[in-house]
Design a protein around this ligand. Sequence first.
Ligand code: PLP
Length: 381
Amino acid sequence: MRAPFVLRSVRETIGATDMTQDDLAAQLLHLHAAGLSKGAPVAPQIQTASMFHLPGEPDESPYYGRVDNATWVALEATLAHLEAAPCLCFPSGMGAISAALLASLRAGDQILLPSDGYYATRVLADRFLATLGIEIETRPTAQFDQGGFDGFRLVFVETPSNPGLDLCDIAATAQAVHAAGGLMVVDNTTMTPYGQRPLDLGADIVVASDTKAPNGHSDLLMGHVATRDPVLFEAVKDWRKLSGAIPGPFEAWLTLRGLETLELRLSRMVASAEVIAERLAEHPAVSDLRYPGLSNHPARRQMANSGFLISLTLADAARAERFINDCPMLQPATSFGGVHSSAERRARWGDAVAPGSLRLSVGIEPLESLWAAIADALPAR
Ligand SMILES: *Cc1c(COP(=O)(O)O)cnc(C)c1O
């Protein structure tokens, strides 16, 4: 039995963080320039290097491209600013998730995953962690608020869950997990650090897919791990170095560029999603509309905004497919968080949802143009 993790100070709401969202976003744009010498380029540069000049004894200098890259360092400094925690970037969200799990688990550990969370995390656990002697249990996100975490070395939380957008209370769950001696990991992909701050609410590790809104242009994959626990941080860093799961410098550079406009894009996406969710809720063709902004779940308080994902159900699969494929302002595509709005029928991947259930990701198109296209493509009922 390993020692329980010490519960860090849990802040009541994210409004209690030291910096306002505006200051966080404003300072992000000037992080890199703060260290510049005269004549240096204002934009971060792409460093492409496997070898580094290394005469004599090794010291703290960069020495090899699997361990060191200046473009990762720039990206990680920006992510660390957003998370208020040291960060490590990975070549995809799943790269970050697998690193966090494999660096902190060992044979005999029992872990709890959300049964309604991102499906690849569950498949990773079933296909590979189980064969290493890790016991896996699943539970719906909405049940995490009821506690019951005895025996779990690690509890993995995703709120809002993907694609059902169910919520659970991060601070209360963290407290219960820590009291039971476990570690809590939060997948914060759907909200980003501007929308929700799991580390401030007591989580030990945040994992995220920066493929989604952080990069925002649907042209690369990237992920990161953030933790304020130095032991966990070093373990994840060693995992990256030894597994070789390293991001390419060009993708890291593009993600850095994407992060500069994240707050601006999110403010349009969220503002539009709020209006579109309300209008969809009134539409006769739509049932089971789910949007955190229309939820009265107490965990809504932990979110700075309601996000840009909406879940809705049309009468059947055929109507749902026709809606997505006919609407000129919706990309029929898996994934979300891009500048263009997109949608998909999650049942086509086997998610436990109705055949006509859709996940809609609201992009940055001006609201009324986007809504006109959506309203036009929706079936009458
Ligand atoms: C997309 C996604 C992932 C995986 O990220 P990749 O970058 O595709 O590897 C993990 N969790 C959630 C919630 C996601 O949406």
